[in-house]
Design a protein around this ligand. Structure first.
Ligand SMILES: Nc1ncnc2c1ncn2[C@@H]1O[C@H](COP(=O)(O)OP(=O)(O)O)[C@@H](O)[C@H]1O
Ligand SMILES: [Mg+2]
Length: 385
C-alpha cells in the first residue's frame, strides 16, 4: 500500500515499520492546510493528515481529497477530538480517525485499513448500512440480519450488527438463540471509555465474523439512551469493523434521526402495497424536511409476488428512489431461521433468497462469499460442534 503522511511539522519519529511490511511510505511537511493540493491524494492508497487543528479547514481538506481521489483512504490523526467533530470527519469521507502520531498508532491505523481492504477493495461500495422498515412487518429486521450474516461469509470481513429498532428490537432472534450478556444500554454506559477493543468485548459474538449489539431488554433501560452516545457508538463501529449493519426500525425516533446521516447507505425495506407506498412517501418527506441526505436511500423490495398491489416500476418512480435488491417469500427458510437462531443462509442455503444475499454481499465486499462445507451442513444436521 502507498502511504502518504502529510504533517504540519516534521514527525519526531516516522512509522518506518511500514516500509519493512512492504508498504511504501512517503512523508511531506505542510505548515497549514490553506491551498492544500487535494489532488496529492491521487498518488496514494492511504493519506494520513497529522498535526492539523480539528477545525473547518481540516474537514474541507478531507472532503476535497475524497472527491479528488475516491480510491484513497483519508485518515486524520488527532488526539482526543470531540465526538461531534469525529462524526463530521466521517461525514466528510474520512474512513478512520487515528488517535495519536506515535509510530505504533499510525501503523495500527494502516493495518486497520488493510484489514478492511481500504476503499479500493470494493470501489465506492457503502460500508455502513442502515435498514428501515417502510411499515412494520415489511421485513427490515429479517433483511438486516441476513445481510450482516452474508457479509461476514466473505473472506476477511467482520461485521457489527446493531439493533437500533427502539424500544424493542428483535434482530437477535434472527441470528442467535443465546441471550446477549450486554445490550445497547450496557454498551452505552461505557461510552466514556469505549474503544474498538472494549466494543468487541461487550458485543455478542454471534460467529467469527458477526458481532451483535441487541436493543435494550426492558423499557426502563431504553429511556436512558442518549442519541449523542449512539452517534459515537456508530462512528466507532464504522471505524472498527469492515461493515456496520444497523436496524433502525421505523426510522422516525430521535435515535434513528440522529444517526441517519452517518450511514453511507439507507435501505428502505418495503412490500409492494399501498400502505407501504404511502408510508415510504411520508418517511422520505420527513427526512428531506429535516435536512437528511436522501440521495443515499435505496429500496429493498421484500416478499415480491407475481401480482403485486403496486407494480415495482410504479412504486419506485412514485418515490423517486432506486431499487437495490428484491427478495421473494422464503417462508420455510425464514421460519427455520427464527426457530434455530441462524441466518437463512444457513437454514436454506440454496434458496433464491440466500443466493440473492450471496450476490449482494460479494458485490459490497468485493470478495466472493465462502460456502459452507458439506461437513458444516452435516454437523448441523447431527447437532454437533
Ligand atoms: N422474504 C421473506 N419471506 C418470508 N418471511 C419473511 C420474509 N421477510 C420477512 N419475513 C418475516 O416476516 C415477519 C416480519 O419481518 P420483520 O423483519 O420482523 O419486519 P420489520 O422489521 O420490518 O417489522 C418476520 O416473521 C420475518 O421473519
Ligand atoms: Mg423489525
Amino acid at each position: 500500500m502507498k502511504v502518504l503522511i502529510i504533517s504540519s511539522r516534521p514527525l519526531e519519529r516516522q512509522p518506518s515499520e511500514l516500509n519493512t511490511r512492504g508498504d511504501t511510505l512517503l512523508c511531506q511537511v505542510l505548515p497549514d492546510l490553506v491551498g492544500f493540493p487535494v489532488s496529492t491524494a491521487r498518488t496514494a492508497d492511504a493519506l494520513l493528515l497529522v498535526g492539523f487543528p480539528a477545525d473547518a479547514r481540516l474537514l474541507e481538506a478531507v472532503r476535497g481529497c475524497v472527491e479528488a481521489a475516491p480510491d484513497c483512504a483519508v485518515v486524520p490523526v488527532l488526539g482526543n477530538p470531540p465526538a461531534d467533530y469525529v462524526v463530521q470527519l466521517m461525514q466528510a469521507g474520512a474512513v478512520d480517525v487515528a488517535s495519536s502520531p506515535f509510530p505504533q498508532d499510525m501503523v495500527a491505523a494502516v493495518e486497520r485499513l488493510r484489514s478492511r481492504g481500504t476503499r479500493n477493495l470494493a470501489g465506492s461500495q457503502p460500508h455502513s448500512i442502515a435498514v428501515i422498515s417502510a411499515k412494520g412487518g415489511d421485513g427490515a429486521t429479517c433483511i438486516a440480519a441476513n445481510l450482516a450474516s452474508a457479509l461476514a461469509r466473505c473472506s476477511g470481513v467482520r461485521v457489527m450488527a446493531i439493533d437500533l429498532s427502539l424500544p424493542f428490537g428483535d434482530l437477535d432472534i434472527h441470528l442467535t438463540t443465546e441471550q446477549s450478556q450486554n445490550d445497547l444500554a450496557d454498551v452505552l454506559e461505557q461510552s466514556e471509555r469505549l474503544d474498538a477493543a472494549l466494543l468487541d468485548t461487550l458485543s455478542h459474538h454471534v460467529s467469527d465474523g458477526v458481532r451483535l449489539i441487541s436493543s435494550p431488554a426492558t423499557f426502563e433501560r431504553f429511556v436512558g439512551i442518549q442519541p449523542a452516545q449512539v452517534t459515537q457508538l456508530v462512528g466507532l463501529a464504522t471505524r472498527s469493523y469492515n461493515f456496520v449493519v444497523a436496524d433502525l426500525g421505523n426510522g422516525t425516533d430521535p435515535v434513528s434521526l440522529g444517526v441517519f446521516d452517518l450511514f453511507e447507505r439507507v435501505l428502505l425495506v418495503t412490500t409492494l402495497d399501498v400502505p407501504s407506498l404511502r408510508r415510504s412517501a411520508k418517511l422520505l418527506r420527513l427526512w428531506r424536511g429535516m435536512g437528511r441526505d436522501c440521495s443515499r436511500v435505496r429500496l429493498v423490495v421484500n416478499r415480491v409476488s407475481s401480482e403485486p398491489e403496486v407494480p415495482l416500476a410504479q412504486f419506485a418512480s412514485t418515490l423517486g428512489v432506486e431499487v437495490a435488491y428484491q427478495f421473494e417469500d422464503e417462508v420455510h427458510g425464514v421460519n427455520e431461521s427464527l426457530l434455530e437462531g441462524r441466518s437463512v443462509l444457513e437454514t436454506a442455503p440454496s434458496s433464491d433468497f440466500s443466493k440473492t444475499f450471496q450476490r449482494w454481499a460479494a458485490e459490497l465486499s468485493g470478495t466472493p462469499i465462502r460456502k459452507d462445507s458439506a461437513w458444516t451442513h452435516l454437523k448441523h444436521l447431527l447437532h454437533v460442534g
